[in-house]
Write a protein of this length. Structure first.
Length: 356
């Protein structure tokens, strides 16, 4: 059995640790130095490294490492649903079948009680530009992301083997996450409303609390559509751009779900409200056409539009909970995404699309 690469703190990312990663690819190569370039703390601790070694050029020298969050609140809220472990399993079990651009895997390991560590190729080494959560994408950029998501969703559309081969996508850990979200929904939403101030229109307050009180019913309704594999956290900070083409980062919330949920998350978080209002109908029509072009039958644009309206409630909830918990995202980015998602929910009267 290979030695563990699991560490808990950036200080543990030593030459000896890096050598264990390199040994998995080239046992004759030797690591000479490890230098931390940056540390970013959110739902996980993300560390960029420069690694000196005498291995072949195919072995990257710029690494991106994900560890459990150093922020206490974020670590507690992500520990029970085992989000980093989910991303480790994604890269080791599913990533090879995903028709999307994503970072290359160098090493990944999870052990119950020990934690998880994920080591990826740093996409910036090739000139790719990682996004920031509050980046406002252009309509053309979002159209490219929608095209990629349509290919991704069509590839896994109603595939029965997902539940058979990847039970952990819908198993006890996912149910625990959903139950935890439901149990904490009301206090977290109330705290989020208090902290967000004028960013959320007062007219949304009653419907927001009603949604939190009936979250289980809402989640059941949002799970009724055709099932596929979804990213479930598709904001601009989880994208990178390589010569104008999008790639996808941060797969710790990957699961089975309704494809239009990714589109709702993307459009409500990554577009300024003014751009979204002008583009969302045409973008959803394009998404529907691309599903059909990729062999998906029975796609009805109007039904898709109504499901889109309903799914706008989740990114709004996600940003409010992120604010309420604290330490999971840069505060200014979080507040901007609350502004955008609240505008989307208000514009399309999204709460009324739910049976609550």
């Amino acid at each position: 059995m290979s030695k563990t690469i699991i560490v808990r703190h950036p200080n543990d990312l030593t030459v000896n640790w890096a050598q264990q990663v390199i040994d998995r690819h080239s046992s004759d190569s030797r690591v000479s130095q490890v230098a931390i370039v940056s540390i970013d703390v959110g739902t996980t601790t993300r560390v960029r490294l420069n690694v000196g070694h005498n291995g072949p050029d195919t072995l990257p020298r710029q690494w991106f490492v994900k560890l459990p969050s150093l922020a206490r609140q974020a670590r507690l809220i992500t520990a029970l649903p085992r989000l980093l472990e989910t991303e480790v399993r994604f890269y080791t079990e599913i990533a090879h079948a995903i028709p999307l651009s994503k970072p290359g895997l160098l090493a990944a390991q999870s052990r119950f009680g020990r934690g998880s560590t994920l080591v990826l190729d740093d996409v910036s080494k090739s000139g790719a530009i990682p996004g920031s959560p509050d980046n406002a994408l252009t309509a053309a950029q979002v159209a490219l992301v929608v095209k990629n998501l349509a290919l991704f969703h069509a590839h896994f559309w109603n595939k029965v083997h997902l539940d058979r081969d990847y039970r952990w996508l819908t198993g006890p850990v996912r149910r625990l996450e959903d139950n935890l979200g439901t149990a904490l929904a009301v206090p977290l939403m109330k705290r989020g409303l208090r902290l967000s101030g004028s960013l959320v229109p007062k007219s949304l307050y009653p419907a927001t609390i009603n949604y939190a009180r009936h979250r289980r019913t809402a989640m059941r309704f949002l799970s009724e559509g055709p099932q596929t594999l979804v990213h479930h956290d598709c904001h601009a900070g989880n994208l990178f751009w390589d010569q104008s083409e999008p790639g996808f980062l941060d797969w710790q919330l990957v699961r089975t779900g309704e494809g239009i949920s990714d589109i709702a998350y993307l459009l409500s978080t990554a577009l300024n409200p003014e751009t979204r209002r002008h583009q969302e109908r045409s973008l959803i029509e394009s998404y529907a056409r691309m599903l059909v072009d990729n062999g998906i039958e029975g796609v009805d644009t109007e039904t898709l539009w109504q499901r889109y309206r309903a799914h706008l409630t989740y990114p709004f909830e996600a940003m409010m909970v992120t604010l309420a918990v604290g330490g999971m995202m840069d505060l200014n980015s979080n507040l901007e995404l609350i502004r955008r998602t609240a505008a989307a929910v208000e514009d399309l009267d999204a709460f009324s699309a739910l049976p609550i």
